[in-house]
Design a protein around this ligand. Structure first.
Ligand SMILES: NC(=O)c1ccc[n+]([C@@H]2O[C@H](COP(=O)([O-])OP(=O)(O)OC[C@H]3O[C@@H](n4cnc5c(N)ncnc54)[C@H](OP(=O)(O)O)[C@@H]3O)[C@@H](O)[C@H]2O)c1
Length: 322
């Protein structure tokens, strides 16, 4: 496992972090706690030292599983979690006032609930779970963050950018509001390269990449015949002819990497890690098998400029979350 600086936090984080949404269950059906804990332990065995979770994931269950892991391990493990919007609206709407989305007392109460779920004294990175740059400067979000930092309940503060809207966090980065941003960046959505990643590099803001596999599309495992369990949110994400659309695109990608990647998941992760502005990537990986495959990708090899140029032709700008 290789490590990088998480921007101005100066935390040294593993290139592959652990995305802990799926293990919370709820929207992701088919999660087994026993398997999830094994996957978490394997990740730590293989050098992962960064876990991304959220109060919302399985209504605290993901955080509780992470808490269980932390109790059983002595290694340094950095935990990032997230505060949900008080008005319950995902994504943040440009016209919603900060007083409704992230009032100060809500941020503080949620951080305290996360601390209890995680069973720890301090969160390494507290992130707002939705974001729109219109929220900047509107209320006392900064006071809440300062208070939590002063009370040593959090170390660093970040935002998780609205899906496919990287431009919507550039002001927050440039105005010094955040230590980190979490953003969708993958072979299909390369838009963060336009303005967010350069802004983060200039301002030394850590970049946590989420959804490197486009919720599974970029693993090559979603075929037109794939089915998901009842009540699994991916029935909506991959609805209608979307699985066919994904399959058609992925077929073309699989032919590309030559000897630069043996599998599509490997190509997808190497793509993210090849950008110098990225601090780490947090794939969701509920099984030991996937953890092993993903951790093996962090070996210091980057994709060639030639292949990166070729991958630009495979950009696919759309929003399946809607
Ligand atoms: N708004 C936000 O802040 C937000 C939104 C989304 C995600 N996130 C964070 O980002 C993390 C990653 O996103 P995600 O989990 O939604 O999507 P993702 O990482 O793009 O894809 C996860 C899917 O890929 C599968 N997978 C993982 N490694 C694989 C491999 N080597 N081979 C084949 N399949 C593989 C997983 O299988 P299994 O199902 O078997 O694990 C899962 O179905 C989340 O866990 C969460 O921490 C944050």
């Amino acid at each position: 496992m290789k490590y990088r600086n998480l921007g101005k936090t100066e935390l040294t984080v593993s290139e592959i972090g652990y995305g802990a949404w799926g293990i919370g269950g709820g929207m992701w059906q088919g999660s087994e706690d026993k398997e999830s804990l094994l996957a978490l332990h394997t990740a730590i065995d293989l050098g992962v030292n960064f876990i991304d979770t959220a109060l919302e994931y399985g209504r605290g269950h993901s955080e509780q599983l992470v808490g269980k892991l932390l109790k059983e391990r002595s290694e340094t493990i950095y935990v990032a979690t997230k505060t949900p919007p008080k008005n319950g609206k995902w994504p943040a709407h440009p016209d919603d006032p900060a007083s409704e989305v992230f009032p100060s007392e809500h941020i503080i109460q949620c951080a305290e609930r996360s601390l209890r779920n995680l069973n720890i004294d301090r969160i390494d990175v507290l992130q707002l779970h939705v974001w729109h740059d219109n929220l900047l400067g509107q209320n006392d979000m900064s006071d809440a963050v300062l208070k939590l930092k002063e009370e040593e309940k959090i170390r660093f503060f970040g935002i998780s950018v609205n899906d496919h809207q990287p431009h919507n966090a550039v002001r927050a980065v440039e105005e010094g509001f955040v230590d980190t941003v979490q953003v969708i960046y993958n072979i299909f959505d390369q838009s963060p390269e336009e303005d967010l990643l350069p802004a983060c590099m200039k301002n030394n803001v850590g970049v946590i990449v989420r959804v490197p596999f486009d919720e599974g599309a970029l693993t090559g495992k979603i075929t037109p015949e794939t089915t998901f369990p009842n009540r699994d949110w991916r029935n909506r994400y991959f609805r209608g002819d979307r699985k066919q659309q994904v399959w058609d695109r992925v077929q073309k990608l699989e032919k590309l990497p030559g000897d630069e990647a043996e599998t599509l998941p490997e190509l997808a992760l190497r793509f993210c890690l090849s950008h110098p502005g990225i601090s780490n990537v947090i794939p969701g990986m509920r099984t030991v098998k996937n953890v092993k495959a993903n951790c093996a990708v962090s070996d210091g090899r980057f994709l060639s400029e030639e292949l990166l140029q070729e991958l630009k032709k495979h950009r696919w700008q759309r929003n399946f979350y809607e």
